[in-house]
Write a protein that binds this ligand. Sequence first.
Ligand code: RIB
Ligand code: CA
Length: 316
Amino acid sequence: MNQKRIVLDTDPGIDDSVAILLALASPEVSLEGLSVVHGNSSTAQGTINALSVLELAKANHISVYKGCDLPLVQPSLLAPETHGHTGLGYAKLSAPLSQPKGQKGSDFLIERIMSSPGEITLVAIGPLTNIALAIRQEPRIVENVKEVFIMGGAIRHEGNTTPLAEFNTFVDPHAAHIVFHSGMPITLTPLDVTYQCVFLKDDLNRLLKIDSPITKFIADATRFYMEFHDEYQKIDGCVINDPLTMALTFMPELCDYQDLYVDVDLSGGLSMGKTFADFYRMTKKPANIKVALGVRPRDFMELFLERMVKLAKFIS
Ligand code: RIB
Ligand code: CA
């Protein structure tokens, strides 16, 4: 099997952490390194979380790189109400034994993409600050990256951070603008599809049939996330945005796509950070992004649960 060589830019984060576990549980994926960005928690805390989650899954051979701690222009916005003050909900992981590498996150992304032209799949599941910095530092990554999968945006769907905007594009809309217009081969996984992928208590109970540090972590982390979704959005369960994005790297058939011209609002008003697609080609601008707009939610959830069961049985 030809494995996908993935570098992951992430703001762990509860659903980020579960996306990391999905990558580790999937033989189609070779996870080659993580760059951490501000978002669900600070970059410092997110770096600790990334190292701890990798150690939980006995994958501490994978390197972690600390990235940018602030948006390019906007003030910092973190999400403790959604992910808890540690960023991992109620989960309590031991402090990591390993350290992040000394190289900055954006430098790691550049070095890895440029050293293997056409071979690296970049997955971005947090605010796009590190990716934007990497593009500005080394524009050639645009034509040397194999493909880019981004979790972010809300096309026809309401926002989850403002009435219109999704968290990752709202936190750093200027970075999203740079990345969306870079020319990179982007597949976007917006709230339009992720909000159909709700991890239910019944799904969690299926995992809890296995006694494993992995299932305990998922239970403790997602219990906080489910309480947030219930309190703020009256959703029974929790939306696992980032694992769907990771799954599309090796199982794209889970979604249906349209090639569209997509942009992000920088005007600073009520729709700041709102993403929109030009469905009727009114701007006459060429499509810049392949957008996932349809999904088979239960097919995704069965894949996710099957991989988590396999990982939980392996990590006792
Ligand atoms: O809006 C959801 C996205 O923002 C997810 O990636 C979540 O982890 C946060 O980063
Ligand atoms: Ca994320």
